[in-house]
Design a protein around this ligand. Sequence first.
Ligand code: NOJ
Length: 506
Amino acid sequence: MNGAWWRDAVIYQVYIRSFADGSGDGVGDLAGIRAKLPYLAGLGVDALWITPWYPSPMTDGGYDVADYRDIDPVFGTLADAEALLREAHRHGLRIIVDIVPNHTSDRHPWFQAALAAGPGSPERERYVFRDEPNDWRSVFGGSAWSRAGDGQWYLHLFDATQPDLNWDDPRVREEFLDILRFWLDRGVDGFRIDVAHGMVKDPALPDLGVDHEGLVEPPDRGDHPHWDRPGVHEIFRSWRELARHYGDDRIFVAEAWVDSPRRLARYVRPDELHTAFNFDFLRCPWDAGRMRSVIDSSVEALGAAPATWVLSNHDVKRHVTRYGGGLPRARAALLLMLALPGGAYLYQGEELGLEEVEDLPEEVLRDPKWERSGHTQRGRDGCRVPLPWSGAAPPFGFSTGTPWLPQPARWSAKTVSAQDADPRSTLNLYREALRIRKENPAFGDGALSWLDSPPEVLAFRREPGVVCVVNLGEEPAALPPHRKVLLASGEPGDELPPDAAVWLAV
Ligand code: NOJ
């Protein structure tokens, strides 16, 4: 189509608390990221998405922002962020920051002012205060309403420390345009928009009449009162308009949990956002028929916008564990994802083949889901355990202090230094795959055509001259005629074993 960098970019998600700790307090930070820029450039990704780095009480890992124009002291300073931007650019890496517009922290000066000013005040208008709650539920469990001291209730679709903003208030719209400008002026290359599908609410706040606790998307209805409302699109048109003034290589990616690819496509219309995560792909089980239909329906619905594939992030079970097939399946899934048309996001640690840590002791769990669900849901800490970099025992070079979540001793075999020199390691599979993908014009943006294959096998061609075959079945599969194996997720042979993928030059 055209050469815009984001149409086929591979973007690496840095969950900042757990990536690398430069200060020795056990929490990852900007100094840690800066020290690892050569590692990230060497991996071969195009950009980093860094999760929220703003001053925050950290009740939800920083998705509770108290000041959108500064850096939390636990992560560093604004000057560190500026240095990181410069150094990343020098390494050829772009930086995408996380913007959290659906809610602020309850420590944000606006919410503090709203509490102080009382019912009926203009300060309360920037949030959603009411005399009576409705039946909406928090994504993290329990009611979506909490009581302010004077008897009024405020809305929070997430934790009680994350009050929802009222996007019908023009001051909220102005403020966020200004926050975007603040970071664009500092050289960020884009924004990941948190809860993009939740920002606009039906002002009548009608009861839902169903218990949809924990659901982050509209359950089978087009007119949901707080998810995926048409009004969000007007906001995103104004954001795109703003970004255009900075040149069209500053981009947005939406976190929008919606109920169909067609609804998702509305977020990436030409005058709206550039990209949106494809969560249908992330949620699809390891099943050839279903994978194929998700791929087809996504590509078809998006039209001219590129798809954005993702296997793991800080909110879901790591795919080594989720697919139920261990490393072989995860390695095959990578070759599948990177051969699809469009761009892709990698989640830190997947290049090491990390699994979900499912045995964290209850007393270390930090996800607000754990408390709000009355200890029935352990939450998302198992995918947020700090990375193992080197050494034979925790903290594995992550920190000189005690990591904020404990790392499993078995990760000694998965550290970056343990995998570095082993040509068959998962780390080197990622490096190879990213190198080949970058060098070969068949990958990335463009069309895909399916080849005939048994029902449990996915086989498709990218032009010029590349075929990807993935075996999701239980029997070995025959390979189509080819000139050469470009890359294999397992041992290359005459046949493709179960839970394996290959890229072929044809
Ligand atoms: C989505 C983020 O990815 C998640 O981590 C967070 O808890 C919610 N949005 C609320 O901000």
